[in-house]
Design a protein around this ligand. Structure first.
Ligand SMILES: [Zn+2]
Length: 67
């Protein structure tokens, strides 16, 4: 995981510690929601999971994003 210098205050997604401006942090992608399919009338709707980037502190980034 590549570390960047934070310019704003963030919260580590894994350990919930504060990442202060100037601290190194990494970014992890997290899946939000599930893929799925719903059929009603004659319409079939399919959706894909969405991935969002969440901040993790340097300690958690070194740990592969695990607590
Ligand atoms: Zn952390």
């Amino acid at each position: 995981m590549t570390l960047k210098k934070s310019r704003t205050a963030r919260t580590c997604h894994t350990c919930k510690k504060d990442i202060r401006p100037g601290d190194q942090y990494g970014q992890k992608s997290k899946r939000i929601g599930e893929s799925g399919m719903v059929a009603y009338d004659k319409t079939v709707k399919i959706w894909e999971p969405v991935y969002a980037k969440v901040p993790v502190c340097a300690g958690c980034a070194a740990n592969g994003g695990r607590a």
